[in-house]
Ligand binder design. Sequence first.
Ligand code: PMP
Length: 399
Amino acid sequence: TWSSVPQGPPDAILGVTEAFKRDADPKKMNLGVGAYRDDNGKPYVLEAVKKAEAILLEQNLDKEYAGITGVPDFTKAAAKLAYGDESPVLSNLAITQSISGTGALNIGANFFSTFYPHAKNIYVPNPTWGNHNAIFSRAGLKVEKYGYFDKSTNGLNINAMLEDIKNAPKNSIVLLHACAHNPTGVDPTQEQWNEIAQVVKDQGHFPFFDMAYQGFASGDCTKDAYALRKFVADGHQVVLSQSFAKNMGLYGERAGSFSIVCADADEKSRVESQLKILIRPMYSNPPIHGARLVNTVLNTPELKQLWLDEVKTMAERIISMRTKLRNHLEADFGSKKNWEHVTNQIGMFCYSGMTPEQVDKIKDDWHVYLTRDGRISMAGVSSGNVKYLAEAIHNVTKD
Ligand code: PMP
């Protein structure tokens, strides 16, 4: 029956981990997947999460199904974290729990493809997280690109971004990474966000925010919500995909949310009814444990503070690795290349500028694994291996 099923290619990111696992060299480094590691290179379960887990265990809760839209206290707390405690849009926000950020994007993609009354073009940055293309096109949206990364500076090409958004057909959907852009680590400044919000408004476009790294860019969850809140303040009825995978280290728990700012209570009620109808046949209702953890952290003041401190610590460790990596490249190995972007970029990733051939070489000669676009997951870099990484990068890029 299945003899005609063709072999598919491995996933561009998860395939890197598979290759890494097959390598027996003790110096090997996995800089593929974006999962935080502590300075010993070990996965990190946040203290705030461990404490929340202990509280949950004591509460001896049952394992009944959540409703279709999940754990209500979780979605309320998640919305406040993203939009702000006092945001006026909270009362008319249609929101549902989701299977982490990926699930939220899928709900959004399907909601747009079913209900958005205009042409179903979605503009994503060039480049973007690979899964965006797959998620949106599977849902029947037409994926188009807007200029984003400037190879000559390894920074943002704001003019191309504004120009492409301006030239997109009116009422297009525009996907925006709320902060810590993946894969480039390049974000607009606040002034640039203000301009982007204006152009999106002038063209009648619909902003779709993907917020997978709140807190990871600057270490400050409020600062990292700037773009989202600015659009909301300017009167945009945004939609938002939110993930707690990275900022709470809950990767496998799949805790996220999807929300739509509605015009009034009646619109909210209609939109929520359709979100339920969309979700019910997909997975019926979401997993409860991760949502309970997030809810406990966000609604217990000591744990919330502890968590905010831990987010900051994670973000700062990554920032310190950027500085070390650049220093080793320039001072220890005398690289003549410009490595300013290593410290200018933010969030979990460094878009190194390495070519696919250099990525192959660093894998073959140095046992360093990353995606062929040259993206380095800085979370996998630690005090123990940063110098080795600099030596490896220098050797494959020096001529
Ligand atoms: N959006 C972006 C830009 C991401 O980088 C990720 C995680 N790699 C996600 C969404 C979703 O991740 P998850 O489904 O694990 O929450």
